[in-house]
Design a protein around this ligand. Structure first.
Ligand SMILES: [Zn+2]
Length: 231
C-alpha cells in the first residue's frame, strides 16, 4: 500500500485543493494512508477524516491529522495531532507541543537551502534527538541531492524515512509515496513500523516546472471563477 505523509489542502493559504475532492483523488491514485499537513492549520485534515468516515471509506483510506508548523526556526511537521499548534514558537517548544499530544515529529525538506522555510541547521542541531521521521523524498525540493542528504542523515541516526508529495495542487497529490506491505495504520507506532518496512517511490519535479504548473493551475481556476464570486 502507498503512504504519503506531506500534503496540503484548501486549509493552506497557498493551496486550493478542496477537501471534498480528496477521497476520489486518493482512491484513484491508490494512496491508502494520507497525512494532511496544512500550514499552521488542522481543520482541513480533521474535515477530511470525518468525510472519509461519512463515506464509509475507512477500510480503504486512512487520514492522518498533521500540521506543517511555521516555527520561528523554520518548518516542522507534527503528525497524529488533536489540536492546532500555534505558529511562531521555537523549534524546541513546537516539538514539545507535538509530543504533548502524543504526536510524531517529522522533518520536512530539511536539507534544501533554497527552501526558505526549512528548519535552520542550528535549530535542527538543537532538536535532532526529537525527530521521529525524516522526509527523505520531497517531490518539490530544488535539487534531488537534498533528498539524498536527508536520507543519509536519517540512516546515520537509524530513523525511518518518509516520502511527501508536498502537493499544493490536486494533480500533485500522490506523486511520491512509501510503498509498504498492507497493514492498518491507526497509531504512531503503526506508522513507524510501516515506514521501517517500506520503500520510497516517487517522481521529483524540477522546481521551475512546479512553479509554472502552480501558476497555470491558479490561472485556470481563476479564469473559471465567475466575476461575482471574485473578491
Ligand atoms: Zn508543505
Amino acid at each position: 500500500m502507498k503512504m504519503d505523509l506531506h500534503c496540503h489542502s484548501e486549509a493552506s493559504k497557498d493551496c486550493r485543493t478542496p477537501i471534498h475532492d480528496f477521497p476520489d483523488l486518493l482512491l484513484r491514485r491508490g494512496i491508502a494512508v494520507q497525512a494532511i499537513t496544512d500550514h499552521n492549520e488542522i481543520w482541513g485534515a480533521v474535515a477530511l477524516r470525518t468525510l472519509v468516515r461519512a463515506l464509509s471509506l475507512d477500510d480503504r483510506l486512512t487520514i492522518i491529522v498533521g500540521e506543517e508548523v511555521s516555527t520561528r526556526d523554520g518548518e516542522i511537521i507534527g503528525l497524529f495531532l488533536h489540536d492546532r499548534i500555534p505558529a511562531g514558537m521555537s523549534a524546541e517548544d513546537t516539538v514539545r507541543a507535538i509530543r504533548d499530544q502524543g504526536g510524531l515529529v517529522l522533518l520536512p525538506h530539511g536539507f534544501d537551502p533554497l527552501k526558505r522555510h526549512r528548519l535552520r541547521p542550528e535549530a535542527l542541531e538543537r532538536v535532532r534527538d526529537e525527530i521521529d521521521i525524516v522526509e527523505s523524498f520531497n517531490a518539490r525540493v530544488s535539487n534531488v541531492r537534498y533528498n539524498a542528504e536527508a536520507g543519509e542523515w536519517a540512516a546515520k541516526r537509524d530513523l525511518p524515512a518518509s516520502a511527501g508529495s508536498d502537493a499544493h495542487t490536486d494533480d500533485q497529490v500522490g506523486e511520491c509515496w512509501v510503498q509498504t506491505p498492507d497493514r492498518s495504520v491507526t497509531t504512531p507506532e503503526d506508522l513507524l513500523g510501516a515506514l521501517r518496512s517500506g520503500d520510497i517511490i516517487g517522481k521529483w519535479t524540477h522546481p521551475a516546472i512546479a512553479f509554472v504548473a502552480k501558476q497555470l493551475h491558479g490561472f485556470r481556476k481563476n479564469s473559471l471563477r465567475s466575476p461575482s464570486r471574485a473578491s
